[in-house]
Design a protein around this ligand. Structure first.
Ligand code: 5AD
Ligand code: SF4
Length: 482
């Protein structure tokens, strides 16, 4: 549970199974931060497999090391800096090894990265991955290479990602890029640029291909999935003018969800991340309507105080958030809800903090991701507000919300005792090789004896025991979804 709650930045070294025998150069790619970065690394790997690279898990034998970085908090950036030190040590043994920095830190620091970290040969922002073949030529010729141009329309919709570190069961499918919300604490609008949606046809193609390859669950990804909007399609002659046509044929997020759910009724569908101000009731009705869309919503709130939400430019009040929570329970009974929260935002008083705790008490989230405020250069909060909450108080408040979350998680897991839930087997349990581990629709981890079940099976599991983070049970048969 600790890891899930205080989780700084997830890390993954990724290997692909889709190598090409004729490829001779070795790529080592490592990702930090959000799921979007992991998904982007799969796009990057796909581009590089077509440039003569295969992935390796051995840093020492790499010709090219790429690190996909996160800027969301200072600590995330420090983690990457430490990794660069490690690469430096390897480069002393293997001087021809090249190092490229991708993602949000590349975008934020741009050329400065080359001066600050001598080890870095290449700096590539999140919208510039298609330029990698050219940038590689530059570094092969011994020159540094930088492309951090942000785009208004790049969605990589035409690139079929190479699946990295895959279990062959869960896959990430990106549907939007960037964010226009401008929460005052957040660096993402600066590092990932303007919001844009991907053509639904390419999304469907990718999903159909995944289903055909035997994948069982997909997560539709975007910084703000509810603002997904695609204009296009339809015959012009049926409409008075272009704008009328665009409106009539637009695909919203709920439309996309329904399309995906209908195209692949056996596939489990998840989505992340939702933003309270953009989430519409029709999305909730769509989740309720389709049995294969998981009853689970990740709904970051950041703070339970309306005053702080305003300072954060979150575009909703505490009351509106609560209304939305009530709506979710009304339309999707038994829906799992999780949160992101920030403690110690500038000017946060003890009263604001208590508001957060009481909101948590009201919602009783299934789980959550909680962070101390970290001032990010260039954001509105950094420019306008002093980072005035002492570290000790931030820490204390974080401990309090983590403790509250642990209590609520335990409340939620306890509610499943004696119930039978559908679990998709995703991996072996970390604690025992005699047990499978998977998740129920609400995204709670379930472990149970393997018996004769296999990875990727949908199994009905009767819950007999639990911790605050895990349900423990016995399998009682296959789910009808198999
Ligand atoms: N400080 C701390 N947490 C942050 N997040 C985003 N920016 C910051 C920051 N400057 C958190 C938010 C967001 C999650 C992805 O990271 O809770 O939802
Ligand atoms: Fe950042 Fe807010 Fe956009 Fe999320 S919605 S990426 S927190 S600006």
């Amino acid at each position: 549970m600790e890891e899930k709650i205080i989780d700084e930045t997830k890390q993954g070294i990724a290997l692909s199974l889709e190598s090409k025998a004729e490829n001779t150069r070795k790529l080592y790619i490592e990702s930090y931060g959000c799921q979007m970065n992991f998904s982007d690394s799969e796009i990057v790997a796909s581009i590089l497999v077509n440039q003569g690279f295969n992935t390796t898990s051995k840093l020492e034998e790499a010709d090219l090391v790429l690190v996909n970085t996160c800027s969301i908090r200072d600590k995330a950036e420090q983690t990457v800096r430490k990794r660069l030190e490690k690469y430096n040590a390897i480069k002393r043994i293997n001087p021809s090894m090249k190092v490229g920095v991708l993602g949000c830190m590349a975008e934020r620091l741009k050329e400065k990265f080359l001066d600050e970290e001598k080890i870095v040969d290449m700096v590539v922002g999140p919208d510039a991955y298609k330029d990698l073949p050219n940038l590689l030529k530059e570094i092969d010729a011994g020159r540094d290479a930088v492309n951090v141009v942000l785009s208004k329309d790049e969605t990589y919709g035409d690139i079929s990602p190479v699946r990295l570190g895959t279990n062959g069961i869960n896959a990430l499918v990106s549907i939007t890029r960037g964010c226009d919300n401008m929460c005052t604490f957040c660096v993402v609008p600066f590092t990932r640029g303007r919001e844009r949606s991907r053509d639904p046809r390419s999304i469907l193609e990718e999903i159909n291909d995944l289903a055909q390859k035997g994948y069982k669950e997909i997560t539709l990804l975007g910084q703000n999935v509810d603002s997904y909007l695609w204009y296009g399609g339809g015959l012009k002659k049926d409409f008075k003018n272009a704008s009328e046509m665009e409106k009539a044929t637009a695909t919203s997020f709920s439309g996309l969800l329904a399309m995906v759910a209908e195209a692949q009724p056996k596939l489990r569908i998840r989505f992340s991340t939702s933003n309270p101000q953009d989430m519409t009731e029709d999305v909730l009705h769509t989740v309720a309507k389709y049995q294969n869309i998981c009853n689970y919503i990740h709904l970051p709130v950041q703070s339970g105080s309306t005053r702080i939400l305003k300072e954060m430019n979150r575009q909703h009040t505490r009351e509106e958030y609560i209304e939305l929570i009530d709506k979710i329970h009304e339309i999707i009974p038994g829906c799992g809800i999780s949160q992101d929260l920030i403690t110690g935002f500038p000017t946060e008083t003890e009263e604001d903090h208590q508001d957060t705790l009481s909101l948590m008490e009201y919602v009783k989230y299934y789980f959550g991701f909680m962070f101390k405020y970290s001032e990010r250069p260039g954001t509105t909060a950094a420019r306008k507000l002093k980072d005035d909450i002492p570290e000790e108080i931030k820490k204390q408040r974080l401990t309090e919300i983590v403790d509250a979350q642990r209590k609520h998680s335990a409340y939620r897991t306890n509610q499943f005792l004696g119930k039978t839930v559908e679990v998709l087997i995703e991996r072996e349990s970390k604690k025992s090789d005699a047990q499978w581990s998977g998740r129920n629709p609400q995204s709670l981890v379930v472990v149970f004896p393997k018996e004769s079940y296999k990875l990727g099976d949908f199994v009905m599991v009767k819950i007999a025991d639990c911790t605050s983070a895990t349900l423990i049970g016995e399998p009682v048969g296959y789910s009808s979804n198999n």
